[in-house]
Design a protein around this ligand. Structure first.
Ligand code: DC
Length: 220
């Protein structure tokens, strides 16, 4: 199976590196965090964000289509393009309600495993928080990307506010730190378990991080 599994906390560079890696290899790419985000939108539309017992059944029925293109991955919910909606801060604020709901995780993990298996023959890079450990523990290459908390906050602030001054970092802190804390109660993504290569991107440029990931794929 040619699956590359990449985990890491917010701001570790995992999306950027995973996309660039898939693009260079000519492989498919799956952003599993976006699937949690799509599920949050779907559950919100059903008015069930505060009804944890309904979430998994709703996600089972979720009509989600995903293009696995690393250059322009798009998400369609019931035929509607929600690619931009999944990135809004409104979605970011509520997504942990789904990500910390264990029955919902089981449904989403099964969907992710189906997508990985269906694309393994031609190659796929799957990125998230529990990919190396839960979704694809048998992947040919498993990488945990990390970066110092300061670097992660700086990157997210730049991404969301276009700058990394102290006000932008303060505005980003709650989202990054709180979400990692909430999510780490259900997914282990801070330490590399045996067989998973730790790649610290704190002092690496994007190009250097991608080159390091590519070297790991070529070694495998
Ligand atoms: O990486 P992201 O911010 O788009 O992830 C959205 C949310 O889903 C975030 O709360 C982390 C969570 N997540 C998860 O629990 N497991 C995954 N495989 C991917 C994301």
């Amino acid at each position: 199976m040619t699956v590359v599994a990449i985990d890491g906390p917010s701001g570790s560079g995992k999306s950027t590196v995973a996309k660039a890696l898939a693009n260079q290899l000519g492989w498919a790419y799956l952003d599993t965090g976006a699937m949690y985000r799509a599920a949050a939108i779907w559950i919100d539309q059903a008015g069930a964000l505060d009804q944890p017992d309904r979430m998994a059944a709703l996600i089972e029925q979720m009509p989600l289509e995903i293009s696995l293109d690393p250059v322009d991955q798009r998400f369609y919910l019931d035929g509607v393009d929600i690619t931009d909606a999944i990135r809004t801060s409104a979605t970011s604020r509520v997504v942990s309600k789904v990500a910390t709901n264990i029955p919902s995780r089981h449904v989403l993990v099964a969907k992710q495993q189906q997508l990985a298996a269906a694309n393994a023959a031609s190659g796929i890079v799957v990125e998230g928080r529990d990919i190396t450990t839960v979704v694809a523990p048998d992947a040919a290459v498993r990488i945990l990307l990390t970066a110092s908390p300061e670097a992660r906050l700086r990157r997210r602030a730049l991404e969301q506010h276009g700058q990394a001054d102290s006000a932008a970092i303060a505005a980003t802190t709650d989202e990054v730190i709180r979400r990692d804390r909430d999510d780490s109660t259900v997914a282990q993504f801070m330490d590399a378990p045996p067989g998973v290569t730790l790649l610290d991107t704190t002092d690496l440029s994007i190009e250097e991080a991608v080159a390091a990931a590519l070297a790991l794929v070529e070694q495998a």
